[in-house]
Design a protein around this ligand. Structure first.
Ligand SMILES: Cc1ncc(COP(=O)(O)O)c(C=O)c1O
Length: 363
């Protein structure tokens, strides 16, 4: 019998039991015939805000636009600086640069992979308008420590919907519903959650050409709206998110019990971590990645080259060696399969494969 493949993430396993409910909701959308900013978007915005514990949220086209719209609503643009990590998905810094502002990178804490507050402190200048921490791989960044600098925070929470302790410290948090995320849509989608309703009102206008009523256009805005069909699906998924995130945490814990942390450097748990991904590191990660692929097991590596070395951002003037921890992590990290519902047997096979590849314990 051929060996069963194990994907990096099995999104269908999560939504398959919900297909009948999705079909019902989609039938209702067809019945209503309101495809743009219809009742599902309005309801989802309320439900998401309640879930996140913030006064309002605004559905937008994707997680990248969510960042751009917040920066625009804060009037951050040319000459302004925004501090963010270099070890993150490109969209984080791209959104800052898209506004004509300057992404100022800061080093990560190698124990958490998230922004190192001490290095952030060193990079603050008179032009710093915001700090953009990323809750990378689902692990909350050090928001409280960053808050003591008194600079507005925009939380890039694309990978961390519902992570405890996130979403309420910054002026806004942004989310992506790309189909592999913890809370996912069936296509692109995004959300801005705000703690400041006035800022939310500006984002709401900006996503719709700077208008409230399609008559008066107050701002030069965008056309960036969450789709009604996606909102209908998200309303089906949101009530399951707490359970899905709990299952992800259980799966991460099981990787620890199976000994993954003895074979490779697996970061300590954080109670707020919702494990969008389980990312570990090993100096010989290419051997591990090759072994996992050979065994039909999904695995991925992240952010090499890191953002400060990406061709489009070379103009910022960073070079190899600018961020040693970031660069080392980019060379050493790899992820193993995780989703809400991965089985113990699947996880055992993953760890056995890593064990065979590594051969011996890391000191
Ligand atoms: C950290 C981070 N920021 C921003 C984004 C952008 O989200 P989207 O792909 O929905 O534009 C993503 C996801 O892809 C991400 O992982």
């Amino acid at each position: 019998m051929p060996v069963q493949k194990i994907p990096l993430v099995d999104v269908k396993a999560q939504y398959a039991p919900l297909i009948p409910e999705l079909q019902q909701r989609f039938a209702q959308v067809l019945e209503d015939g309101q495809f743009v900013l219809g009742p599902n978007v309005k309801a989802f915005e309320k439900e998401a805000a309640a879930y996140l514990g913030v006064p309002a949220s605004i559905g937008v086209a994707n997680g990248t636009d969510a960042l751009v719209l917040v920066l625009d609503a804060m009037e951050i643009g040319p000459g302004d600086e925004v501090i963010c990590p270099s070890f993150t998905f490109y969209a984080t810094a791209e959104a800052i640069a898209r506004r004509g502002a300057i992404p100022v990178f800061a080093e990560i804490d190698p124990a958490t992979y998230n922004l190192d507050p001490e290095d952030v402190d060193r990079r603050i200048s008179a032009r710093t308008k915001a700090i953009m921490p990323v809750h990378l791989f689902g692990r909350p960044a050090s928001l409280e420590e960053l808050a003591r600098f008194g600079i507005p925070q925009i939380e890039d929470a694309a990978q961390a919907f519902g992570a405890p302790g996130t979403g309420t410290t910054g002026v806004a948090s942004t989310y992506s519903f790309y189909p592999t995320k913890n809370l996912f849509g069936l296509g692109d989608g995004g959300l801005v959650a705000v703690t400041d309703e006035e800022l939310g009102e500006r984002v709401r206008m900006l996503r719709f050409h700077g208008s409230r009523d399609k008559v008066d256009f107050h701002l030069v805005g965008y056309n960036s709206r969450l789709d009604e069909v996606q909102a209908a699906a998200l309303r089906v998924f949101l009530p399951h998110l707490a359970e899905w995130n709990a299952l992800r945490r259980e799966a991460a814990e099981r990787y620890r019990e199976l000994g993954l942390g003895d074979l490779v450097d697996m970061p300590d748990d954080d109670p707020g971590h919702v494990y969008h991904l389980v990312v570990s590191r090993h100096p010989d990660r290419d051997r591990i990645v090759a072994a996992l692929k050979e065994a039909g097991i999904g695995c991925a590596t992240y952010y090499l080259p890191p953002l400060h070395l990406q061709p489009a951002l070379r103009y910022l003037g960073y070079h190899e060696g600018s961020f040693p921890e970031t660069e080392r992590l980019a060379r050493e990290n790899f992820s193993v399969p995780i989703w809400a519902g991965i089985s113990a047997e699947q996880q055992e096979r993953v760890v056995d494969t890593v064990r065979a590849a590594v051969g011996s314990r890391v000191a």
